[in-house]
Design a protein around this ligand. Structure first.
Ligand SMILES: [Zn+2]
Length: 424
């Protein structure tokens, strides 16, 4: 036992050594009901204020992380403008240390359990690494060839395979409506890939229990941004973007969800500064990761009835348009289906998801995948799903809650699937 403890302590020290430190960083919740003040607040993003509720809104509290060098100026700005604020994490680093310890311990427990399990299957007690995700998908394809095929949708900037799982019990024969899901375009939103993996696990390994889902065919990319995701595990927990090199800049990466080619660069919530967390890239689809999604979507575009992109956090089911405060022609059905899904989750689990137009409800952001699916491929049901957060900051949802959050959205997915199967 002591030996295990020492081993774990050594592992924590080892993983901590290579991590970017957030010692002295603070997190505040801030709130304003004035849209002009919100616009002013967003200018601080360029200075290095990190908005954690990446879609924010008037009158709702939002969490921001403040680096040590802005801890005089930013609170002064808030006071001068009478924006209410409250310090919730005085120092981010100990929170991250706790998360790393938690992740190592839950993984170690999972490894021990696996030795006694009759057969290795999906274990949702810890956050998987990209290599584990791909190994699991390949394994499924070998074991369940009649149900799932796994293909390479593309390669990331750093050469990792971006896999797509295609799940059907009728071999994609064209008789069923298709549902397209991607997850993990934002690296630090760890619950997003896990939710996509839980869906794949349920559809393939528990297909008899979930026969209603298989009235649709599924195309799922569980980790769009494996480079960024790996980087959040190894180096910087709050990394959001891809890891591509921006020529002429010391800053790397593009916000994949500002990189899609529908009203790209024409609107709010974007930055042309490569150092910004919402850098839109030098051109639409500049990112290999986004090209992979776009290519995969194009293959089946005419048959896709529902598009979902998994993010975290906030318990939102958001629909287009995102680039500006304009309602989609199909907004009544988008809203109706969103309400139906939210109600299914609330009834079964008590969790309250809210549906609505992303730009009006929250804040505009151009170049997102939901706009692309709806605008370019006319997929009339298109949503960005902001899954549940947890922990102190939102992104640090403890591994022990992965099962809860993924089960809740799975209930929502059942409602989505039933609607699509009945109506298309
Ligand atoms: Zn996101």
């Amino acid at each position: 036992m002591r030996c295990t403890f020492l081993f774990l302590a050594a592992l924590v020290a080892l993983t901590t050594a290579s991590q970017r430190s957030y010692d002295g960083y603070q997190v505040m919740t801030i709130k304003t009901d004035d849209s002009q003040k919100l616009d002013m607040l967003f200018q601080w993003q360029e200075q290095g204020i990190d908005f954690w509720d990446n879609l924010n809104s008037i009158g709702r509290p939002m969490r921001v992380m403040i680096p040590p060098n802005l801890q005089t100026d930013f609170p002064a700005f808030l006071r001068d403008n009478e924006i209410s604020h409250e310090l919730i994490i005085p120092n981010v680093e100990p929170v991250l240390e706790q998360e790393r310890k938690d992740q190592i311990e839950s993984r170690a427990r999972a490894m021990v359990n696996r030795r006694f399990a009759p057969r290795a299957t999906a274990d949702f007690s810890y956050y998987w690494q990209p290599s584990e995700i791909n190994a699991y998908l390949r394994n499924l394809a070998t074991e369940y060839p009649n149900l799932v095929t796994v293909e390479v949708a593309g390669e990331s900037f750093e050469g990792r395979e971006i896999l797509v799982a295609r799940i059907s019990n009728s071999n994609f024969d064209g008789t069923k409506p298709k549902i397209f899901i991607d997850a993990g375009v934002h690296a630090r939103e760890w619950i997003a890939p896990m939710s996509a993996l839980n869906l794949i696990h349920e559809l393939v390994e528990h297909s008899a229990d979930n026969a209603d889902f298989l009235a649709c065919d599924w195309i799922i990319i569980p980790t769009v941004n494996p480079d960024g995701y790996q980087y959040t595990h190894d180096s910087d927990r709050f990394w959001r973007k891809t890891r591509s090199v921006n020529q002429g800049s010391k800053c790397r990466g593009v916000d994949g969800n500002r990189n899609y080619g529908y009203f790209w660069g024409q609107g709010a919530g974007i930055s042309t500064n490569p150092c910004s967390d919402v850098f839109l890239g030098r051109e639409p689809h500049s990112e290999k990761e986004i090209q992979a999604v776009v290519n995969e979507m194009a293959k089946d575009a005419s048959g896709i009835r529902l598009y979902l992109s998994f993010h975290s956090y906030g318990d939102w089911l958001l629909f287009p348009w995102g680039y500006d405060r304009i309602l989609h022609d199909n907004h009544e059905q988008l809203n109706q289906v969103g309400e139906l899904v939210a109600e299914a989750i609330r009834t079964a689990h008590g969790r309250q998801y809210t549906t609505g137009n992303s730009a009006i409800l929250l804040y505009p952001a151009a170049g997102g995948s939901d706009d692309y699916a709806a605008g370019v491929h006319n997929i009339n049901l298109s949503y960005t799903v902001e899954l549940s957060g947890g922990g102190l900051g939102g992104f640090d949802l403890p591994a022990s809650q992965i099962v809860t959050v993924t089960r809740e959205i799975f209930t929502g997915l059942r409602a989505y699937a039933q609607y699509v199967a009945t109506n298309f």
